[in-house]
Design a protein around this ligand. Structure first.
Ligand code: SF4
Ligand code: SF4
Ligand code: FES
Length: 214
């Protein structure tokens, strides 16, 4: 098993695992939003899990690095924190922060992360850009809130894992990117209201079972 030194602590990791997973398995928290161990190709879209690795010029996303024996990494440096805070500001600039009525309130990964990085969820002087409409109800039993979605893709992945295909997909591009459901016949055959793996994996409150179904 590879042995690593992270924040001056010696840890052991499974062969072939990511540095992020090795740290999490050893009780070293690295902010992360788009990572799932079962995903094969980590897209590193949230830009949160930066670490510094000895021998690398710049901080690097730990979810895209495979552990190596004798690797030396630091998770808590000034430049790491600067990058994480910048990524968080970017997410918050397209987020409708209204936690009280949100289903994710108090179990939200974004709240956890903001607290960890000591960044308020409503930073001063941050220009906010929100999408319209604020709720999509085109799925038979799921409501989707684009201004809470961090586009991590976990919902698409777990739906595919569970059913061999996903009824959820990314739609549109750039700022307009959203999660969308398609193939309505597949939606009913997958019995979404009894499944909800997508709702359960969502790290924020962007996908929820419509109230009348609960
Ligand atoms: S997703 Fe999280 S940060 Fe956003 S409104 Fe809901 S609880 Fe608040
Ligand atoms: S709906 Fe939730 S799980 Fe799906 S991409 Fe958005 S934040 Fe991620
Ligand atoms: S968890 Fe690594 S970039 Fe999102």
């Amino acid at each position: 098993m590879p042995k690593l030194l992270v924040d001056n602590k010696e840890i052991e990791a499974k062969e072939g695992t990511t540095l992020l997973q090795a740290c999490l398995d050893n009780g070293i928290y690295i902010p992360n939003l788009c990572y799932l161990e079962s995903m094969d190709d980590h897209q590193a879209s949230c830009r949160m899990c930066f670490v510094e690795i000895e021998g690398e010029e710049k901080p690097i996303t730990s979810c895209t690095v495979t552990v190596k024996d004798n690797m030396v990494a630091k998770t808590d440096t000034l430049s790491v924190r600067r990058l994480q805070k910048a990524a968080l500001r970017l997410l918050l600039s397209v987020h409708h922060v209204d936690c009280k009525p949100c289903q994710a309130n108090k179990k939200c990964e974004l709240q956890r992360l903001a607290k960890f990085l000591k960044v308020g969820l409503k930073p001063k002087h941050l220009e906010i850009h929100l999408k319209e409409p604020a709720i999509h109800q085109d799925h038979p039993c799921l409501d989707y809130y684009p201004n809470r979605c961090i586009l991590c893709g976990k919902c698409i992945h777990v739906c595919r894992e569970q059913h061999g295909q996903s009824v959820l997909t990314f739609a549109k591009r750039g700022f307009d990117t959203v999660i969308s459901s398609y193939r309505k016949n597949d939606v009913s055959s997958l019995a979404c209201e009894k499944c909800v793996v997508c709702v359960n994996i969502c790290p924020v409150g962007a996908l929820i079972l419509r109230e009348s179904q609960e």
